[in-house]
Write a protein that binds this ligand. Sequence first.
Ligand code: CAA
Length: 244
Amino acid sequence: VTLDRPTVRNAINAAMREDLPRAIRAADANPDVRAIVIRGAGPKAFCAGADIREFTPPSSLTASRQAKQSNRWLDALALVGKPTIAAIHGYCLGGGLEIALACDIRIAADDAIIALPEVTLGIIPGAGGTQRLPRAIGLGPALRLMLTGERIDAQEAYRIGLVSKVVKAADLDLTWGKLGEQLSEAAPRALAYTKEAARRGAEMSLEDGLRLEADLSTLIQGTRDRIEGASAFRERRKPVYLGD
Ligand code: CAA
């Protein structure tokens, strides 16, 4: 899925807030899709955040309430069963980083510049950033980034665990392509259940999380892909997983 407004550094306007979740849900529903990659069009940016030109006072209480609920527009990304990858290059600011934070895996080109500059604009990271960044990298480092709005480069993002891999900018497409292929070869339901156990479990007590893991582990026993995995191992061949 390409964020495609390169002349404004792929800034997120109202249409994108509707289109991105729709595209993600469509990809999730498409049986030919095994992994979802989000990237930015053009050489300069993954995404420079919310379209600042759309920042106007809300026209009514209803509009204000709606705006407050707008932090949920990225839920689709966090909740789909298929693995999601953010392939970050250039500027990845504000809402752009919040998109990446909703993804399962973040990889970055060495030209990436990453920040949550909201406080410098008099607002807060309001598309999940205040919640997802501390959960991704810990409270202290997250507060440093959010309270200062400081820009960090790809290496620093790697050092603090915000991205899991840094590659040369010219190699980014190849890298997400390979990662996508690797994920496409895995059993789709195993990926979905692993994701569910880890994501939902992170919000639970260890006891409840282990119960959820046990339930999903039981459910996966009934899948044909589990039989295929074991058969392929015995027959010394690559498994062919069909997702059931
Ligand atoms: N909103 C609207 N337009 C943007 C934009 C944004 N977030 N970011 C860049 N643009 C536009 C610029 O206005 C400019 O448009 P014109 O050509 O019409 O003047 C064009 O994109 C290119 O921008 P620059 O000339 O500045 O290009 P650059 O490559 O030198 O710099 C930049 C890029 C560092 C991203 C700089 O444009 C910038 O600082 N942008 C704002 C970034 C920002 O503060 N984002 C956070 C927004 S708040 C948020 O995201 C909150 C949320 O979701 C809840």
